[in-house]
Design a protein around this ligand. Structure first.
Ligand code: SF4
Ligand code: SF4
Length: 329
């Protein structure tokens, strides 16, 4: 793309094309329901690659062996997609005012309230990629949603959507951190946004809210997954090194405590997306409903939900562990 002779007219044309395309991408992203869109030039993320290699070497990734794969490609989109010039970062806000039934003592992380975000966000991301391809005459870019393939929070920060907070999540200055991220890697040259500087300042609310030490004052901006309730309730298999924090007396899928404590999540910003509104079962279920649910009910009620990735056996295990923790003073 944009291989041309060195005439001024042609250069001007190219410049116009990149700014027109950039405007189209930003406009179309809003029409598709993305809360924010930012664009960065492809580059190699050497510092991040070194950080993750050290982090993996120290065995911080617990059972998440997949994080060991393809570090070189993951830290360098140009290697992952030869010829790539730009990373388009997109953020979908899933924060809703919906709440679980007050009579339910088991808590589910907000990110799992609605339909499975992987398919919802990927569909929108692919549609944007198709629109860009049609408008530019190029081939559609490669789309990613929480695949672990890219350092997506870093790209979102580089493209000015937000900054990576001390809770290790991407924080948008108005909308906070209840965001699903996705990306399009394209060979198009576009207009690039400026990275957003860290705005956590002296705040340590997320760290102080974390009950397990997964976030710690002595190592801000770093998460210890094996201590994190989210990891323990969603990812962790039983077996060797299985652990379940005794401090967890309520969470059966994920944990939002560090997000709930963040001042940027207390601003009244919601963005209605029917796909992310609360599943009626999550909204209405009581403890008894969760305790007595069988596999066919689970498969039926949560067929479109993020929860189906959690598997009923794991949720039941988490319920048993939470109940056990409550019996221990
Ligand atoms: S999700 Fe929960 S356990 Fe994990 S870091 Fe945040 S507050 Fe701590
Ligand atoms: S709670 Fe404070 S320190 Fe943590 S991410 Fe939010 S602003 Fe940053």
């Amino acid at each position: 793309m944009h291989k041309c002779f060195l005439c001024l007219i042609c250069k001007t044309k190219i410049l116009n094309q990149s700014s027109e395309l950039t405007s189209l991408i930003k406009r179309k992203s809003r029409e598709l329901g993305f809360y924010a869109c930012g664009i960065s030039r492809v580059r190699k993320l050497d510092e991040d690659a070194s950080f993750i290699k050290k982090w993996l070497h120290e065995k911080n990734h617990a059972q998440m062996k997949f994080l060991e794969n393809r570090i070189e490609e993951r830290s360098n989109p140009g290697k992952l997609i030869p010829g790539a010039h730009s990373v388009i970062s997109l953020a979908s806000l899933y924060r809703t005012p919906d709440q679980q039934n007050k009579d339910c003592s088991y808590r589910i992380s907000k990110y799992a309230y609605g339909n499975d975000y992987h398919s919802v966000v990927l569909k929108k991301t692919k549609e944007l990629s198709r629109t860009i391809a049609e408008a530019s005459g190029s081939k559609p870019g490669a789309c990613f949603v929480d695949s672990g393939t890219l350092f997506e929070k870093k790209w979102a920060a580089l493209s000015g959507i937000g900054w990576i907070g001390k809770n290790t999540l991407l924080v948008h200055p108005q909308a906070g951190s209840y965001l699903f991220l996705s990306e399009i890697i394209t060979d198009l040259e576009l207009d690039y946004d400026e990275a957003m500087p860290d705005q956590c300042g002296t705040c340590t609310s997320c760290i102080r809210a974390c009950p397990t030490g997964a976030l710690a004052l002595k190592r801000p901006y770093t998460l210890n997954p094996s201590l994190c309730i989210s990891y323990q309730t969603i990812e962790q298999e039983e077996g060797e090194n299985f652990s379940f924090s005794q401090k967890n007396k309520e969470w059966i899928f994920g944990c939002d405590l560090c997000q709930e404590a963040c001042p940027n999540n207390k601003k009244p910003v919601f963005f209605y997306d029917p796909d992310f509104s609360i599943n009626p079962a999550i909204k209405n279920f009581t403890d008894t409903d969760w305790n007595t649910m069988n596999k066919s009910e689970f498969d039926d009620v949560f067929k479109d939900s993020t929860l189906k990735r959690g598997k009923l056996e794991r949720i039941k295990r988490n319920i048993r562990m939470v109940v056990k923790n409550r019996s221990q003073l």
